[in-house]
Design a protein around this ligand. Structure first.
Ligand code: ADP
Ligand code: ADP
Ligand code: ZN
Length: 214
């Protein structure tokens, strides 16, 4: 099963993608996580990406598309995957469609997690992230067992630089201009499913499972 998560930054794509990956036994591929791992590791790719990410801008397609296509050709992707944060532009979506078509494949579902901008800023301000293992928490809606510490790996949690309110506004603008058109793109492809992302996390997941099938 090949799944794409669509939605504004902070809509809950990552939270749901992790649950989908676990239930269906497919890898969760987050381009944001891959960039952050590269930044942490001090790679050239990481250095290039960081400048864009800190401003709330997208990393250029020339960097992002090749990186993602390499990833989905790895061995663990044979039975599918859930993409979180890719595609984010029409050229990214077109490149993915083309690369899959060359293998006789296609995306099965594009799930749009719908949350209005008004709810996004508080979600992002409360998000706490583990840069070590990629786990995400929320100070109010999904608190870790011990404040500031990752339940999974014990690492210290951070407030991402790009989750500060000034940058969140930029990211929302970028989302509406460059990423929202993908909803139409996948509707036309006949694979779009909409879920109401303002519900609690368990209910959102229940709705997703009813789309994907148990
Ligand atoms: P969120 O989960 O809050 O939407 P991500 O972790 O997906 O954030 O992305 C963080 C940042 O990484 C983005 O603001 C952008 O700078 C960069 N990024 C992630 N995925 C892509 C992509 N597909 N294309 C371009 N930039 C990306
Ligand atoms: P995205 O990957 O779309 O940027 P995340 O999954 O990281 O979004 O979620 C953003 C923040 O909102 C996190 O702190 C997360 O714990 C919280 N969150 C996710 N889904 C919900 C929900 N349904 N209700 C309340 N908070 C949520
Ligand atoms: Zn962790």
């Amino acid at each position: 099963m090949k799944i794409i998560m669509l939605g504004a930054p902070g809509a809950g794509k990552g939270t749901q993608a992790k649950r989908i990956a676990e239930k269906y036994g497919i890898p969760h591929i987050s381009t944001g996580d891959i960039f952050r791992a590269n930044i942490k590791g001090g790679t050239e790719l990481g250095m290039k990406a960081k400048a864009f990410m800190d401003q709330g801008q997208l990393v250029p397609d020339e960097i992002t598309i090749g990186m993602l296509l390499d990833r989905i050709h790895e061995a663990d992707c044979v039975n599918g995957y859930v993409l979180d944060g890719f595609p984010r532009t029409i050229p990214q979506a077109e490149s993915l469609t083309k690369a899959l078509a060359e293998m006789g494949e296609a995306i099965d579902y594009a799930i749009n997690v719908d949350v209005p901008d008004s709810a996004i800023v508080s979600r992002m301000g409360g998000r706490r992230a583990c840069v070590n293992c990629g786990a995400t928490y929320h100070v109010e809606f999904n608190a870790p067992k011990q404040e500031g510490v990752c339940d999974v790996c014990g690492e210290k949690l951070i407030l991402r630089e790009d989750d500060k309110p000034e940058t969140v506004q930029n990211r929302l603008t970028v989302y509406h201009e460059q990423t929202q058109p993908l909803i139409d793109y996948y509707q036309k492809a006949g694979v779009l499913a909409e879920v109401d992302g303002t519900q609690d996390m368990d209910q959102v997941f229940t709705d997703i499972v009813s789309v994907l099938g148990a």
